[in-house]
Design a protein around this ligand. Structure first.
Ligand code: SF4
Length: 307
């Protein structure tokens, strides 16, 4: 696809499974974003998995808007209620990436990238032409169209791919969307087939797929289904990151079942299954009661308490 055609994709936007088919120059679709790149924060992130943050931090770019819009989103301040939107043109977006590279970022980590993929592709092409050699990361919700993923494949090195729900009822309750389980698994299979498992060089991630799963309160059966699906689809060598950080800080009304943090027992049930299935490449967040260190606050200068 030519350069012009890639940016033209905003004119009839079908970049995610919502398939809004709107012209984003004039109208917003479900993601609430126009055809201009909107970024809330760009920083070196030291709280990603060890091979992603590695030594110097992951050069993380937080886009505003989202095509999934989870009612419990930990990035709610920017994903669904963007305040003081900061819009950048392509040149400025490229400058942001180069600034992170010059700060010695280990990689460039695009968070919630699907609705801005055309700009991401343009920026990566330019940066590669300039001779920079750095892994690019597509850090996504899992609610991805294969069409979008296929477009991204030639440019992206690493996929941090959420697999939030495998169970239809859980997905319907927590996301008001029962298609997510099917769509996420299809997307994951596609990425794994094209990019393979995560590959490390001297401990640093350089390419491949890392699956992330956030354990939700009262939906442990869903987590069990997620782990089983991964095991039976990809085997026990797939890189897996399991998170205990669920915090209902921004939870919308009407989701009482998920209006608490997970218990230690719930988390241990999931970990026991992972151990029983002998997963080889697993990153586990430690369970610490009341621990909020992974939850960003986009209203603060230092978004993360710990880093
Ligand atoms: S990226 Fe946004 S506008 Fe495009 S299809 Fe998805 S939700 Fe709709």
């Amino acid at each position: 696809m030519s350069d012009k055609k890639i940016l033209d994709l905003y004119q009839n936007c079908n970049l995610c499974p919502r398939n809004c088919n709107v012209n984003r120059k004039e109208k917003r679709g479900f993601c609430l974003e126009s055809d201009q790149v909107s970024i809330d924060a760009a920083l070196l992130h030291f709280g990603e998995e060890p091979p992603i943050s590695f030594k110097n931090g992951s050069g993380t770019i937080f886009f505003t808007g989202c095509s999934l819009r989870c009612p419990f989103c930990q990035n709610m301040q920017i994903s669904q209620n963007p305040r003081n939107k900061k819009i950048y043109n392509l040149e400025q977006f490229i400058d942001i990436i180069i600034t992170l590279i010059k700060k010695n970022a280990e990689n460039i980590n695009f968070v919630t990238p699907d609705h801005f993929l055309p700009h991401i592709i343009e920026a990566i092409k330019y940066i590669k032409k300039m001779g920079y050699d750095i892994p690019f990361i597509y850090n996504c919700s899992g609610y991805q169209s294969v069409y979008n993923l296929e477009l991204s494949i030639p440019y992206i090195d690493i996929y941090l791919f959420d697999y939030k729900f495998a169970n239809k009822e859980a997905s319907l309750y927590c996301l008001k969307n029962e298609e997510y389980p099917k769509i996420a698994l299809e997307g994951l299979k596609f990425i794994y087939k094209n990019k393979g498992n995560l590959t490390l060089k001297n401990g640093k991630a350089i390419k491949g797929t890392l699956v992330r799963h956030l354990v939700m309160p009262n939906f442990i059966e869903n987590s069990i289904e997620v782990i089983n699906n991964l095991y039976f689809t990809f085997g026990n060598t797939i890189f897996l990151s399991v998170m205990s950080q669920y915090t209902p800080t921004f939870l919308k009304k009407g989701f009482e079942k998920i209006n608490r943090k997970i218990t230690k027992k719930e988390y241990e049930t999931v970990i026991d299954l992972i151990k029983n299935l002998s997963f080889k490449n697993v990153y586990l967040q430690e369970y610490i009661e009341g621990d909020d260190r992974y939850i960003p606050d986009f209203d603060r200068k230092n978004m993360f308490d710990e880093w």
